[in-house]
Design a binder for this molecule. Sequence first.
Ligand SMILES: N[C@@H](CCC(=O)N[C@@H](CS)C(=O)NCC(=O)O)C(=O)O
Length: 265
Amino acid sequence: MTVVDPIRDEKGWAFRDPDGGTRSVASGKKDDPVHGPAPVLPPSTDPINGFQFLSEAYQATDPNFDGRVTVPVLWDKETRKIVNNCEDDICPMFNNVFDAIARNKEVDLFPKDLETEHAKLADFIYENVNNRVYQAGFAIRQRPYEISCRKLFEALDQLEQRLSKSRYLFGQRMVEADWRLFCTLVRFDAVYHGHFKCNIRRILDYPNLQGYLMDLYQQPGIADTVNFEHIKRHYYMTHPQINPTRIVPLGPALDLMKAHGRENI
Ligand SMILES: N[C@@H](CCC(=O)N[C@@H](CS)C(=O)NCC(=O)O)C(=O)O
């Protein structure tokens, strides 16, 4: 897995090491007697292709591509093309078609017996939580902001209730919707509460959501995938219409490693 640089400017997502890094790549241009030696491009953090920008992966896949260059991307090293760029597809692909090389084949995030209910709840979470924070945050008029913000907190209130009786969204099993909800919850107090003005409450103010968030965060391997500095630098430095000074706040002080006490719910 390669992580793009948190700061997305007009050139889009970049494979850029903020500390300078060591992997410089030749620009591909020839030395020129008039202009001198070919430029060496800044270090790329893409170990597969040495790309500077994610847009190069899209161009390599389809030279006529002129859509949005988005993450995530599933890249095929053999065909040198993007297989897919949509989370809704990539998650089931990881669940279903990579068992031959998977370390934890028994993990099934899409259990068949829950299929309908799971899909319904996943849609609810996408609409009212994952996407709603963006609707509130990018609103440019008071009323649409207020409507989105209220709907978001109504959904969080409902999920708080659900999680008072159930360790995860569907009892003791973790499913894909838990991890999609986790992605928004883990960013919530650090960025959505301040930067996106989703500030009626913090996740910290919801005992069940906070316990659930810590429970998921403490699952093996998960904390290593969360980088709060990266999260904060991305949001606060990438949306100048919301934060023109690009100052990144120091807080909040969070500790997701505390005992969550949800083992027997
Ligand atoms: N349909 C895609 C959407 C992905 C998406 O919008 N990604 C955002 C970051 S979370 C992005 O890369 N935005 C860049 C842009 O819009 O320029 C998915 O669900 O995976």
